[in-house]
Write a protein that binds this ligand. Structure first.
Ligand SMILES: [Zn+2]
Length: 238
């Protein structure tokens, strides 16, 4: 003879384990998103540093180009100055002088531009140094947070394994018929399978159950189902 009250209590215990397991599972489901968000935060910051580095490389290249341009013009200047000693007519003399002047004007423009670039390089270097320090701090924090999340996830997986074992052990005490019913309702409801009724209200769907059924619940002599949500119901507190 099956003790129905005992069977119902077994199902209630199984339900408690499942509820706890589901809570842990939903926490675990958020782990990947949390890790992704942390990675994104770090990547975004590192990209800023990267862009600054590209910017400063560009400035240095520009500076080098201007520098060699300036150098070339100085060579031209030297040649023109040499020419100056060899000119024969005043017209030639004026032409070479004009050449020399033009080169000097251009070189002064270039030098001005070079100074501006040097300033920009200096400013950017300072920015990069600050950003790099900050980036290291962010990396340290992100890695720490990730480690904590992973450790918690590991703990969660262990807890689930323990709960699964507990579920298996307890379910062995249920008759296969009752367990099949329980599984069937769970598959249908996709959530809490067995719920108490308190003051004739199903705690699964918050609807009133018929008075006669409610009274029958007190007997604990059969499995009853909420007529509204089809969950298994049992007598809760009044
Ligand atoms: Zn219900």
């Amino acid at each position: 003879m099956i003790n129905m009250k005992e069977q119902i209590i077994i199902l209630i215990n199984l339900q408690e384990i499942e509820t706890e397991t589901n809570m842990i599972k939903s926490a675990l489901a958020g782990v990947a998103d949390k890790i992704d968000a942390l990675d994104l935060e770090l990547n975004c910051f590192e990209r800023i540093v990267e862009e600054k580095n590209i910017f400063i490389d560009d400035l240095r290249k520009k500076y080098k180009t201007l520098e060699s341009d300036c150098q070339m013009k100085l060579t031209l200047l030297g040649k023109s100055q040499d020419k100056l000693t060899a000119v024969k007519t005043n017209k030639e003399y004026q032409t070479v002088l004009k050449e020399i002047d033009d080169i000097k004007v251009k070189n002064s423009d270039i030098e001005e531009e070079m100074l501006k670039i040097l300033d920009a390089i200096e400013t950017t270097e300072k920015e990069i140094s600050g950003l790099t320090k900050e980036s290291l701090l962010i990396r340290e924090r992100v890695n720490g947070e990730k480690e904590t999340i992973m450790r918690e996830a590991e703990q969660n997986r262990n807890d689930i394994a323990v709960l699964d074992e507990k579920w298996n052990n307890i379910s062995k005490k249920a008759t296969s018929e009752i367990l099949t019913k329980f599984n069937r309702v769970r598959d249908f409801i996709k959530g809490t399978t067995i719920v108490p009724t308190i003051d004739a209200i199903c705690q699964g769907c918050n609807m009133n159950i018929p008075p006669q059924m409610y009274n029958d619940l007190l007997k604990f002599d059969s499995i009853k189902y909420c007529p509204h949500c089809q969950r298994m119901i049992y007598w809760g507190k009044t």
